[in-house]
Structure formats: structure tokens, C-alpha cells
Design a protein around this ligand. Structure first.
Ligand SMILES: NC(=O)c1ccc[n+]([C@@H]2O[C@H](COP(=O)([O-])OP(=O)(O)OC[C@H]3O[C@@H](n4cnc5c(N)ncnc54)[C@H](O)[C@@H]3O)[C@@H](O)[C@H]2O)c1
Length: 479
């Protein structure tokens, strides 16, 4: 049977014909990491890459948006849009769902998701978790069954340590053998430290990177490639001995942070009972150079990484290396997942558990201040609990036009501040609320509100200015 050349393959061929002097980089996965990584590569200093972003057919709206000249992720970083515009001017970026792209790649960068399935019910404790590698394995087969013989595969997805050697490499060996090819591929690992806030592009282009390869040749190829993308003069690369090490580095880095956050939770409750201002204590401790990253109290932990990476690590230890359970790391995730319940309890304590019909304004929905990412936001558990109690909730977030996970449109303008409420909760401490004065002016025109500040952003000045309102600040036993 003769393979018919599809219109999409013709589009890819035309894009590559216009870039015939360039090497071809295919980025697998056009989410928060892959979309921006794609345009960073498409803007390489020497203009040496034609980049094709590939995502799944069900992400056609994102692919079309990209090809129609709009960047699909809302960002406060102007560089995202500058880089995207410049890539379009250069004609060095094209998006598709056609796996034909892999047949043309000199380098494939893997930026797909690898999720942990957790059962966190509103009232349930963390009941375990599971890691399903099937989607990731399928993605590797997709590449390995089509790629060029001397391709460089650069895995950036956060994977359980051991994945490149124990999962990716055997899949490539198997597919190359089926194709009658010698195992001439190169496989490297270099994890992302993407921060989708105001420094989105810089968190890729101007930041430190750790990398490795399954062998010296692979590591050398990754090093050479990263030098062309990242400002390595200022942010030198760190080469580790093997891919297990870089994969471990990523999940250890995030487990450390998750544990640090979980650690302060117990102290938050202790400080509140003991009449202590924990922020003041933390600031005093931070004077010691060895203790500068002790965390402050908060609503909870969200985002795609800290909520799962410690579990990927513990899963790998047990399943890929037949070793111990990383109990402290697992415990950190379970503490963090339930952390919003502390703010919820503070609210119920105040209203005597009778929340039915109370009108509540929640300021901020995303998981991080000044960012629009709502994945695993701790606001969700708080929202679910309050909703289950029959509270009337109005949500406000200038960075989240739509709360995708809840399929809800969110007001980002001023309408939310026209209503009458019983309580206001700071869910995410976006600058607009306290720093830029929105809450101050809202409090000035309202009466008898209870303000729940889950992040300790309301200072004494603001509190004392509005004596007609009551303030409950998480971590402040002195208020
Ligand atoms: N978001 C962050 O801030 C961040 C930071 C550092 C590292 N990471 C890691 O980077 C990886 C990607 O994260 P993300 O936030 O971009 O995830 P995401 O969910 O936003 O994007 C992943 C994309 O991959 C696509 N995809 C899945 N399987 C595919 C396949 N077989 N072929 C083509 N596309 C496929 C999905 O459709 C989706 O669009 C994860 O491992 C994550 O842990 C994320």
C-alpha cells in the first residue's frame, strides 16, 4: 500500500523547506513547559533551529491558536509574547498533532505530563496514590518507532528516577531493533525549573540547568545543545554522572521544598494557640544565613510539581529500585494537601460552624501569587468545603478568566467588589489585593466584615485603619 501524503504532512514539509538551513527540533507536549520551551528554542541566538511543537489531537484548539498567531497561555511576562512574535517573524515555529514531525527531528525534547493519581476527597485523608507510566511509555514508542537513527532525545518531563535508563532506553532499543537499526540514538535528561510568573522565559533561558546522558556521547550532545539555548556564560550548566542522578535531583529539589512547607504547618497551629506572631518569629530566624529559607504560613501548596514530585520519588524507590518508602516525603505531600483545612477550620470556628447562606468573597483562585495557573490550587479544597456547607461564594482573580478544573468563569474586574459579604478570604495573595490597595478601598466602603488572611499579607497598619472589620490571620496568634 502506498502511504498517502496528507495535507498536514505537506504543511510540515513546506515549513521545513522554508527552513532548510536549520536543524529540526521537535518539542513533544505544548503545555506550560513545552509551549515556552518551543519559542525559546525558536529564538536561539544563532537562529539555527526550526521548531515543531507536537501535541495530542485533543489539543487541536491550542495547536490552532498557536498557528494563528496567538499564544495560548496568559502570562505576566512580556517576553513570552515578544519571543512568540519573533518566532513567527522568523517563521521558526510550527505546531501540529501529526507524529510525522518526529521523522524529521534532529532533536526531540520531551515536555509531556506524567501525572500521579491521588485520592484526596474533601473529608478523606490521603489514601495512597499511584503512578501510571502507560501514557509516558506510549509517547516514547511514538518517537522511537519514527525518529531518525542519530536523533537526540532530551527528556525534560519530571520522571521517577531511573526512567531514562530503565524505561526510555529499552523502548528505543526495542523499536530500533524492530526497524532493523543499530542503537545509534542518544538519550539525555535535563529537567526544567520553569516558573510561569513574571520571569517565565528567563526561568528557561537565563537560569541554571542540570543535565546528564545515558552515556558520555549522549551527555556531550545534550551539553552542546543546551549551550545554544541557554545563557550558559552567566548560568553555567551542571553535568551529573548519570540520568538517575539528574532525575533524582529534580524530585529531591521539589521534595525538599514540599517538606519545608509541610514543616511550618504544625508550627502555625502551635503559634496560633500560643498567641505568637509566627511571621515575626520566622523573620527573626531568617537572619541566620543557614535558615533563610524557613517558610512562612500559608493556605496550602498547589501547582503541578510540589504536589506530586515527592510521590514520584517514593514510587521510583519502591518500584524501580526495590528500595525503601520515602515516608517523610510522602507525609509532606499529605500534610500539604490537607493544609487548606486549617483556614477552613478558622472560618468555621469564627462562624460557629453555621456557614449556610453566608456570603463569602474569595480573593485569588490560582495556586501562586500573580500567576494564572490553577492546577491543584489549594483554594479548591477550601472552596469545596465552603460550598458543601451552603456558603454563597463569589470568586475573584484577575489572572484566571476561567477556572478550567471547575469549569467556571471568574470575575477579574470590579463587579465582585460591589456586593455585600459576611467574609472576605485571601485565597491567593496577588499584589493587586493588599500591595496595590484593592482590599483597602473595598474595606473602606464596607462594614462589619470578617477578613481571613491565609497568607499574612495584611499588615498592622491596614488592620488598625479598619477597626470596623475583624481580622483573622493564619499564623498570627497575637491578633
Ligand atoms: N508547570 C511547571 O511549572 C513545571 C515546572 C518544572 C517542571 N515541570 C514538568 O514539566 C513537565 C510538563 O509540565 P507542564 O506543566 O508543561 O504540563 P502540561 O500538562 O501543561 O502539558 C503537557 C502537555 O503534553 C501533552 N502530551 C501528553 N502526552 C503527549 C504525547 N504523547 N504527545 C504529545 N503531547 C502530549 C499534553 O496534551 C499537554 O498539552 C511535567 O513533567 C512537569 O512536572 C513543570
Amino acid at each position: 500500500m502506498i502511504n498517502e501524503v496528507t495535507q498536514e504532512q505537506k504543511n510540515i514539509d513546506a515549513f521545513l523547506a522554508a527552513n532548510s538551513d536549520k536543524k529540526v527540533v521537535v518539542v513533544q507536549g505544548l503545555g506550560f513547559v513545552g509551549a515556552v520551551m518551543s519559542i525559546v528554542v525558536a529564538n536561539s541566538d544563532a537562529n539555527e533551529y526550526a521548531v515543531i511543537g507536537v501535541d495530542l489531537p485533543n489539543r487541536k484548539p491550542v495547536i490552532d491558536t498557536l498557528n494563528n498567531g496567538e499564544f495560548p497561555i496568559h502570562s505576566t511576562d512580556a517576553k513570552v509574547y515578544e519571543y512568540f512574535e519573533n518566532a513567527r517573524k522568523r517563521n521558526t515555529f510550527y505546531a501540529t498533532s501529526d507524529n510525522y514531525a518526529y521523522t524529521k527531528a534532529d532533536v526531540v525534547i520531551v515536555d509531556i505530563n506524567l501525572d500521579v493519581a491521588k485520592e484526596v476527597g474533601v473529608d478523606k485523608k490521603l489514601e495512597g496514590y499511584s503512578v501510571n507510566m502507560d501514557g509516558f511509555k506510549a509517547a516514547m514508542h511514538t518517537i522511537a518507532s519514527r525518529c531518525k537513527e542519530d536523533v537526540l532525545i532530551l527528556v525534560e518531563t519530571t520522571v521517577p528516577p531511573g526512567t531514562s535508563q530503565k524505561i526510555v532506553r529499552p523502548i528505543f532499543e526495542e523499536e530500533f531493533e524492530k526497524r532493523g537499526l543499530a542503537p545509534t540514538f542518544k538519550i539525555g535528561h535535563s529537567y526544567e525549573r520553569v516558573m510561569p510568573g513574571p520571569g517565565y522565559v528567563d526561568s528557561i533561558k537565563n537560569f541554571y540547568r542540570v543535565f546528564s546522558g545515558i552515556n558520555e556521547e549522549s551527555a556531550d550532545a545534550v551539553e552542546k545543545f543546551l549551550h545554544t539555548i541557554i545563557t550558559t556564560d552567566e548560568y553555567p550548566l551542571t553535568r551529573l554522572g548519570n540520568t538517575n542522578a539528574t532525575e533524582m535531583s529534580k524530585v529531591l529539589e521539589n521534595s525538599f521544598r514540599a517538606m519545608n512547607i509541610a514543616f511550618i504547618q504544625e508550627w502555625t497551629e502551635f503559634a496560633e494557640s500560643a498567641g505568637v506572631n509566627l511571621y515575626e518569629v520566622v523573620n527573626a530566624i531568617r537572619m541566620r544565613p543557614t535558615h533563610q529559607n524557613i517558610m512562612r504560613p500559608g493556605l496550602g501548596v498547589g501547582g503541578y510539581c510540589l504536589t506530586k514530585d515527592p510521590l514520584l520519588a517514593s514510587w521510583a524507590s519502591q518500584e524501580l529500585f526495590d528500595s525503601i518508602t520515602l515516608t517523610q516525603s510522602e507525609k509532606a505531600v499529605s500534610i500539604n494537601d490537607r493544609m487548606p483545612l486549617h483556614t477552613y477550620k478558622t472560618i468555621t470556628k469564627h462562624f460557629g460552624a453555621d456557614l449556610y447562606g453566608k456570603k463569602v468573597l474569595i480573593l485569588g483562585v490560582s495556586y501562586l501569587q500573580n500567576v494564572g495557573d490553577t492546577r491543584y490550587t489549594p483554594v479548591e479544597l477550601l472552596y469545596d468545603k465552603l460550598e458543601a456547607d451552603g456558603t454563597e461564594i463569589v470568586l475573584h482573580d484577575p489572572f484566571v478568566p476561567q477556572w478550567v478544573e471547575k469549569d467556571m468563569m471568574i470575575d477579574g474586574g470590579d463587579d465582585a467588589f460591589d456586593g455585600a459579604y459576611d467574609a472576605v478570604i485571601i485565597g491567593t495573595p496577588h499584589d493587586i489585593y493588599v500591595k496595590d490597595g484593592k482590599l483597602d478601598s473595598f474595606l473602606s466602603k464596607s462594614d462589619n466584615l470578617v477578613v481571613f488572611d491565609s497568607h499574612g499579607v495584611i499588615g498592622d497598619e491596614l488592620r488598625k485603619k479598619h477597626t470596623n472589620h475583624e481580622f483573622k490571620i493564619i499564623g498570627r496568634g497575637d491578633v
